[in-house]
Design a protein around this ligand. Sequence first.
Ligand code: NAD
Length: 284
Amino acid sequence: MCSDVGRLDREGSRRKQCESLSQIRTMTIIEQAVDVLQKAKKVVFFTGAGISAESGIPTYREKLSGIWAGYDPRDLETAKAFRENPPLIWGWYLWRRLRVAQAEPNAAHLAIPHMANSLRHVSVITQNIDDLHERAGSLNVVHLHGSLAMPKCFACHRPAAVPPDQSAVPVEGALVEPPRCQRCNGKMRPAVVWYGEDLPTQAWKAAVRLVKDCDLLISVGTSGIVMPAAGLPDLALASGASVIHVNKSDVAMGEDREFMLMGAAAEILPMLLERIEAGKTRGA
Ligand code: NAD
C-alpha cells in the first residue's frame, strides 16, 4: 500500500512536471504567435464553422434532430437532394436561417475588426454561410460558400428575397415548398455552395489575392478538409506568410512558420487582441 502511495506520489509529481512543461511550451507558442501578429501588416482571417459554434450555430459534425434526424448533413447539401425533395431541403435552410437570425456574434467574431489599425489591415474570408462577421463589424467579408441571406432560382440563378410568410419556421423544422422565381417560375434554392458545385468565381479570386498578399493568415475553427478552401493556409505558407491556427483540435500541418493555438476561438481571439493591445501600450 505504502509503495502504491509512493508510486502515486511519483506519478503525481511527474504529471505536474509534464503539465508545467507543456504550459511553458504553450506559453512560448502564444508569445510567438502574438509577436508574429504584432509585426504583421496584412492579416487574413480564414474562418469555418467552429468560430460560430459558441454563438449556438452547430458545426457540421453535430447530429441533426426533428425531421432531419437520420440524415447526414452532407446528404442534404447537394443539388440531387434538392431535386429529389425540395420541401425537405428548403425547410432545412429556413430553419438554419432562423437559427442564425436568433444568434449573436460571439467574442471571437467581435475581436477580429478590433485587430485592424492604421498599420495593420485585416480581411476576413469565411466558409460560413451566416452573417455573424458582418454583424460583429467586419467589412467586405469574402463568403467562399455563399450566404443564407439571399436565395436564388434553381433554374436561372436570379436572386430573390425569402417571402415574409416563410421567415419563421418552427424550431423543429418543417417541410416547406420553395417559393417560385418571378422570372422563370423555377424553384428557389439557398444561394450556398453545395457539394459538387464551384465556388463563386469573384469570391475565390478575391480570397486567393488576399492570401497571396498577406503576411499572416489566422485560420479559425475549420477542420481544413473541404477543398479548395482548405488549401488557403498552404497557399499562405507557400507565399511566405505565417499561419496561426485557432482550433479545439490540432489541425496544424507541422510546417515552419505555423503556430497551433488549441482552444475555443471565443477565448483565444480576445486573448490575442488583449496582448497586442497591451504590447502597443508598452511600445508607445
Ligand atoms: P467543420 O464542422 O468541418 O469543422 C469545424 C472545426 O471547428 C473543427 O475543426 C473543430 O475542431 C473546430 N471547432 C469547433 N468548435 C470550436 C470552437 N469553439 N473554437 C475553435 N474551434 C472550434 O466545419 P468547416 O471546417 O467550416 O467546414 C468547411 C466547409 O465544408 C463548410 O463551410 C461546409 O461548406 C462544408 N462542410 C459541410 C459538411 C456537411 O456535412 N454539410 C461537413 C463538413 C464541411
